[in-house]
Design a binder for this molecule. Structure first.
Ligand code: ADP
Ligand code: MG
Length: 697
């Protein structure tokens, strides 16, 4: 059905084909509907002005009124800038532009009155404005029916080509006048009534041109709710369909494999959390439904063991299991650990990775099809089509941020009776993010570390302390311990991170000379087998120091290592730091994490290091991470539908998110396929391309 909202944006009066192209390129806006969703990011009470000598802080947008008394072009090349002196009756400030100099120069006239709008910066003890918006009083005049003027995100390019913030306001007004009354509702009638929320058509008008502050709040709430609601509806619909349509393999028994392992070889008591989680998994696997469960547990909480015991239950019921790790090194380590743990329990376990030789591979394939192979461990390649199991009953996926909703859906869409799936993640995820990233999964949490672990002590040092830090390392090594030294990995340039590592190596090898001290080095330029042999030397205690870029981020387990020294720690994200720190503290000895940083720290950089020093609680760190970075940067969000969030924030709108999820549950529990007439608007909305995650790879 054609709607006016599908009209190409070039047909909006005042746009035209060329500027439409620009809008598409710069802001990804190609239709009326896209433009309607270009929401203001703030509103300005245009009746209020600040005077120059009362400017007090850097964080508020303000408007000032005055004249430009002089203008100069300073610097050259990259530092070329236009600086204007701007004066009102109380004082003087400077306006600075780095881009679009020509356009601004042409526009500006000396001694004419302007309204300047922007955020002041403190520079050399004085406030100035970089790239402020500047308008004549006429241009910025307040019309009485628009007490709050919307302010839209734009780009320098757009500004220079006739899309000043003011122009955008005018275009938006034109659009709203044209589509008013034709904005469709997306929520069902009963839902709207229940929530007492503003109808969508009204919310769309009010968010652009609010009558007053209260209407604005209600409009934003309504539109935020909608964003959160449809993500939940989509995720939970997947789940309801799975529960309704897909039958799970039933694993009723606990048999010899499990029992022999449990009674003969399990070297320790399970923690209560491990016991609880195994029960939850067991209940899923005999329920007749297909399990889709996320197992969250901090680094070192003992997830591998839970995975192994779950796989043995599959084996006991005549099914095969596989364990997928994100890297070869990790897969290999899982393989070794599991083989060792199993002792003489007669289950057949094999490792399959990219480096598995042809002969071994052929043998594995035939054992898989015969069913004589019980557990296969490997990388992603495990679920490729040519790998055929006789009866795959359980897939365990370890440390998979990259394994998003779409891939999961593909995995179980492959067959009518797909295997049970257990996704394990070591990066604790705040609840709200988990609901959104993994909203289609059930969640189990291991919130307890095995007993006897000594909490890792974390310190933050600067370069001037290096000598003491090295002396400390030497002391640990001389006592038989091993240490990691990790350097930042800088995506843009492999050369730069190699440089960091090599510079560091010089200092380290001088302080820790051969032959008493042996050093392993691992970085991205090495071939896989070179990396592995370097790691191996460290694992086998042939070297005492492992210097690396972040390749060891996930997985390696060397209980004898007691120090994690992180260079340029301010360059790492919180979850990375937490993962790295988790590499030590795995044995009985007191372990240490040393964060080295430069003196120049950004506010956020400083906060991250403070959080690390203050706490070892993974959930606390994850919350802090989410608040510092915002969800946009967190891996995997692309695949989760979080891209659809323009207004809502899973950090700030937790309450609304919970309501959205609850409502989605209520609706789907009665009508899982959304077939009833009243749910048709919901179904239609879900068919919009942004909710088709299968297409986002
Ligand atoms: P994760 O994968 O969750 O980071 P692992 O499964 O690698 O953690 O376990 C970390 C270490 O703790 C391993 O050496 C493992 O053998 C040990 N471990 C696991 N469960 C227990 C337990 N209940 N008691 C003591 N040690 C345990
Ligand atoms: Mg693990």
């Amino acid at each position: 059905m054609y709607s006016i909202l599908d009209t190409p944006i070039e047909y909006l009066k005042g746009v035209g084909p060329q500027r439409a192209e620009l809008l598409r390129k710069e802001l990804n806006i190609s239709t009326f509907n896209d433009f309607l969703h270009h929401f203001p990011f703030r509103y300005l009470d245009r009746s209020k002005f600040t005077v120059i000598n009362e400017i007090m802080d850097e964080n508020t947008w303000i408007q000032i009124r005055g004249q430009i008394t002089g203008i100069q072009l300073l610097g050259s090349g990259r530092t070329m800038r236009l600086v204007a002196n701007f004066r009102d009756h109380t004082g003087e400030t400077q306006l600075v532009w780095f881009n679009g100099l020509k356009w601004i120069r042409e526009k500006i006239r000396l001694n004419q009155t302007y309204v300047v709008f922007g955020k002041p910066n403190l520079f050399n003890g004085k406030y100035n404005f970089t790239h402020p918006d500047i308008e004549t009083p006429d241009e910025s005049a307040v019309s009485s029916d628009e007490p709050l003027q919307p302010w839209y995100p734009t780009t320098e390019k757009l500004k220079n080509r006739g899309f000043s913030p003011r122009n955008i306001v005018n275009l938006m007004r034109t659009l709203i006048n044209q589509v008013r009354g034709q904005i469709p509702e997306t929520l069902s009638e009963p839902l709207l009534n229940q929530l007492k929320m503003m109808p969508r058509a009204k919310a769309m008008v009010q968010i652009h041109f609010p009558q007053d502050a209260q209407q604005l709040v209600r409009a934003r709430e309504r539109l935020k709710f909608e964003e959160l609601f449809f993500i939940q509806l989509q995720l939970l619909k997947l789940k309801y369909i799975r529960l309704e349509k897909v039958t799970g393999r039933v694993f009723p028994v606990i048999g010899d494999y499990f029992n022999e392992f449990f009674h003969k070889y399990l070297p320790f008591e399970l923690t209560n959390a491990q016991k609880r989680v195994i029960k939850e998994i067991r209940a899923d696997m005999k329920s007749g439904k297909q399990m889709n469960r996320l197992l969250q547990g901090d680094v070192g909480s003992g997830k591998t063991l839970v995975a192994l015991m779950s796989m043995l239950i599959a084996n006991d019921n005549g099914f095969q299991a596989c364990l997928m790790a994100p890297t070869e090194i990790l897969a290999m380590q899982h393989f070794k650990t599991i083989k060792k743990m199993l002792g003489h329990v007669p289950v057949q376990v094999e490792l399959l990775t990219g480096s598995t030789r042809k002969a071994a591979r052929t043998k594995i394939f035939s054992q898989l099809q015969e069913g004589s192979l019980h557990i296969l461990i490997g990388t992603h390649a495990l679920i490729e089509d040519q790998v055929k199991f006789k009866s795959l009953g359980l897939v365990v996926i370890d440390e998979q941020h990259r394994f998003g909703v779409a891939q999961r859906a593909r995995l179980w869409e492959k067959s009518v009776q797909p295997p049970h799936i257990l996704v394990m993640t070591a990066t604790p995820i705040p609840r709200t993010l988990a609901m959104t990233l993994y909203g289609d999964l059930d969640v189990s949490i291991i919130d307890e570390l095995p007993p006897g672990r000594k909490p890792i002590k974390t310190f933050h040092y600067f370069e001037k302390d290096r000598f003491n830090v090295f002396r400390f390392l030497k002391n640990q090594i001389d006592n038989g311990r091993q240490v990691y030294i990790v350097y930042p990995l800088i995506d843009e340039s492999e050369n730069v991170d190699l440089q960091y590592l090599m510079d560091g190596f010089e200092g380290v090898s001088r302080y820790f000379p051969l032959p008493d001290y042996q050093i392993s080095i691992v970085h991205g330029r090495l071939k896989a087998h070179e990396k592995e042999s370097e790691m191996k030397r460290f694992v086998e205690k042939k070297t005492q120091i492992l210097m690396a870029t972040t390749v060891i981020e996930v997985g390696v387990d060397v209980p004898n290592a007691t120090v994690m020294l992180i260079e340029n720690a301010e360059r790492f994200g919180l979850s990375q730091l937490h993962q790295l720190r988790g590499r030590v503290g795995r044995g009985g000895d007191q372990s240490f994490c040393i964060l080295m940083s430069s003196y120049k720290l950004t506010k956020d950089g400083r906060k991250r290091l403070d959080v690390m020093v203050r706490t070892t609680d993974g959930f606390e760190i994850a919350e802090a991470d989410l608040h510092l970075r915002g969800p946009g940067d967190i891996k995997g969000t692309q695949q989760s539908g979080l891209v659809g969030l323009k207004l809502a924030s899973i950090v700030k709108d937790e309450k609304l998110l919970k309501i959205a999820r609850e409502m989605a549950h209520r609706i789907l529990s009665v009508d899982p396929l959304l077939q009833s007439p009243e749910n048709q608007p919901l179904l239609r909305q879900l068919q919009q391309p942004i909710y088709d995650w299968g297409k986002i790879s």
